[in-house]
Design a protein around this ligand. Structure first.
Ligand code: MIC
Ligand code: SF4
Length: 643
């Protein structure tokens, strides 16, 4: 039987396990990346392991999320990460050099390699033919130390593209269309391979837009073949030698095949507050717009920015609209400046922001109260913009420009002719903001710089055989890690300070949760389906751990979050009968007995002492996961992590 592209890369990196969907496989990881919002924690964890130098082929520490530096906290954390990188053999991408995924694609991504990153949009690398996956910081730390990365062997989906995108219809619209078809749960447990003759018309950054947003489908990752388009991109980055051809076998077998005709696609838009709440732009025409943001790891390539500049050239945005443009990297910004496109953007009335995540993660540029914000980003979760009642829509750069120029949601196809965009043959290569590590000889003398914002990890404890605890919080479906542990300019600086962060846990759903959880001492959370979707932030597990949460019971979990819970020593359990969710109420007294035996049999009984109900639960842990939970988390399991 033939293999898919992902199966070929997995086979080549397989350390242990069976490549049958559902079984756990351990993979050798070639490259890692971290960003600063998850990085400080990941490097503290790496430090605990006592490995002097990273054992991967390449590891990069990026600073791109917390670049506001509104106090000493971020600046201190950045110096810590920089000194860790220098000492332990990592490249360090300075603040302002760009968003990790964009820079990694430009300067480091290699077809056929495995990459894990402490950021859920690491699958951006799938655009260049990498098997690139988002992971919790601790899993990235383990990979840096030479350890395997464990995933559940995914199913294989294929999307066949035919035809060619019309002007004003873009890779972003392809991403939104697949979200419309599959929903935010539709990719869970699967790797999505993109193929068909239509992919030849898509450049690497356009492919990367699509694999980036595969994260919103819940997919393990998404991947394109490595072909002549990939080769041309690598050559333009001066890295032609990194090219290898990669394609699936003609008789590869897929669990699901989806057909999309690019020629028939229309400009699409995701409405508040979920990336799969997708309709055509046309259907919302006339909706008044207050703010437009262009950028993020989804849509900040040179190609995107050149289109934006060409459409804005000689025009002025509506006075009622505030427009921000953040190029994805220093390379993109420098090339925009050199060719004059930056002046066209500035002359239109746009605010040009730093090459960083910025508004995407609520680091400034929050919309006005109740404001409608059209963003070329990948997530529009409630409250994520920093304005609790902000109405965030996700669109392509073309649709964003159309709204900025007209002040309302407008089908960009009405803008007239799409100007011709000529891409340069070579990108401008300047790696001066990427600092190499110290040599092996010099590394021991590098001092690690720490600030007072860095607080110890929460202590975990071995799983008890019996839990007798209250149901401290009951939430619904599709709870994101932004709900569990919000980000934004006020909170993000404290990513290395779990006690401080804990005050904001579940703030979007229930501001009384932290206090109630603390008072309970130990507790259980109950959720609906796809619990923990979105960001890879392990803080969404570490903070509940700090607040005493011992188990989370849901209808289903998202992939990275369930791994983070187990790594933190919190037991993820699912209802055997999803309708039992309705039998539980917040505040109920719960008991789970014989937990160890239950882990072995795969089933436990939840007794609700308040209602008298007995509810069967499922726990399908591997032996490794059982051992981690019994030990009280991954660090304890490997003999580290304090008391
Ligand atoms: C996000 O887009 O939510 C983030 C911020 O990039 C996160 C990482 C984090 O929370 O630090 C992600 O996607 O993993
Ligand atoms: Fe940064 Fe937004 Fe991309 Fe997350 S999704 S990495 S916050 S740009």
């Amino acid at each position: 039987m033939g293999l898919t592209i992902a199966q070929k890369i997995i086979r080549e990196h397989l350390i242990s396990g069976e490549m049958t969907p559902g079984s756990e496989v351990a993979l050798r990881i070639d490259q890692t990346l971290t960003q600063d919002a998850t990085g400080t924690m990941a490097y503290l964890e790496f430090e605990t392991m006592g490995v002097p130098r990273v054992k991967t082929e390449l590891s990069v520490a990026y600073i791109d999320h917390n670049t506001l530096q509104s106090g000493f906290e971020n600046a201190d954390d950045h110096r810590f990460i920089q000194s860790m990188a220098k000492k332990h053999g990592l490249y360090f991408s300075r603040p302002g050099n760009g968003i990790c995924h964009q820079v990694h694609l430009e300067r480091f991504g290699k077809p056929g390699k495995t990459l894990i990153g402490s950021d859920s949009h690491t699958p951006t690398g799938g655009g260049i033919g990498m098997l690139a996956m988002g992971a919790g910081g601790l899993d990235v730390a383990v990979a840096m130390g030479g350890g395997a990365y464990y995933i559940t062997m995914p199913k294989m989906y294929k999307v066949n593209l035919t035809g060619r995108l019309r002007p004003f219809v873009t890779a972003k619209d392809v991403s939104l269309e697949i979200l419309r078809i599959l929903s935010v749960k539709g990719g869970v447990g699967a790797i999505i391979e993109w193929g068909g003759e239509g992919i030849r018309t898509l450049s690497v950054p356009e492919r990367a837009t699509i694999t980036n947003m595969g994260t919103e489908l819940g997919a393990t990752t998404s991947i394109f073949p490595s072909d002549e388009v990939t080769k041309a991109f690598l050559e333009a980055e001066g890295r032609g030698e990194d090219f290898i051809e990669l394609k699936s076998d003609p008789d590869a077998v897929y669990d699901k095949i989806i057909e999309i005709n690019l020629s028939e696609l229309k400009p699409m838009i995701a409405c508040p507050h979920s990336p799969d709440n997708v309709v055509t732009v046309e259907s919302l025409k006339g909706t008044k717009v207050d703010q437009v943001c262009i950028g993020s790891c989804t849509n900040s390539s040179l190609y995107d920015m050149l289109k934006v500049a060409a459409l804005l050239k000689g025009k002025t945005i509506k006075p009622e609209v505030s427009l921000s443009v953040s190029p994805g990297s220093k390379q993109v910004l420098a090339m925009l400046a050199d060719c004059g496109a930056l002046s066209d953007i500035l002359a239109s009335g746009a605010r040009v922001l730093e090459c960083a995540c910025g508004p995407c993660i609520g680091m400034g540029f929050s919309p006005n109260s109740g404001g409608v914000s059209l963003r070329t980003f990948n997530r529009n979760f409630e409250g994520r913009s920093g304005t609790a009642d902000g109405q965030v829509y996700l669109v392509s750069p073309e649709t964003a420009v159309a709204a900025a120029l007209t002040g309302e949601i407008t089908d960009p196809m009405l803008l007239g002719d799409m100007p011709e965009i000529t891409m340069p043959e070579m990108f401008k290569i300047d790696d001066s903001a990427i600092l190499p590590p110290a040599s092996v000889e010099e590394a021991p003398d590098v001092e690690i710089l720490r600030g007072p914002n860095i607080k110890p990890f929460p202590d975990s404890r071995p799983m008890d055989d019996c839990l007798q605890v209250p149901l401290v919080l009951k939430v619904g479906d599709n709870i994101t890690t932004d709900h569990i542990m919000p980000a934004g300019a006020k909170i993000l600086p404290y990513r290395s300070n779990i006690p401080h962060l804990s005050q904001y846990c579940f703030g979007v759903c229930d501001t009384t949760f932290p206090q109630r959880a603390k008072e309970a001492g130990q507790s259980i959370i109950v959720g609906g389906s796809n619990y923990g979707q979105g960001s890879s932030r392990e803080h969404a597990a570490l903070v509940p751990l700090y607040l005493g949460v011992r188990a989370v019971i849901t209808k289903s979990f998202a992939r990275i979050h369930v791994a983070n819970l187990i790594n933190a020593g919190i037991m993820p359990l699912t209802f055997k009968n999803p309708e039992d969710y309705d039998k539980l109420s917040q505040g109920d007294d719960l008991v789970i007995e014989n937990i160890y035996a239950g882990m072995d049999s795969g089933e436990m009984i939840l007794q609700d002492k308040t209602s008298g109900e007995e509810i069967p639960l499922i726990c399908s842990f591997t032996d490794r996961q059982k051992a981690i939970l019994k030990a009280g988390g991954l660090l304890k399991y490997v003999g580290l992590g304090g008391k």
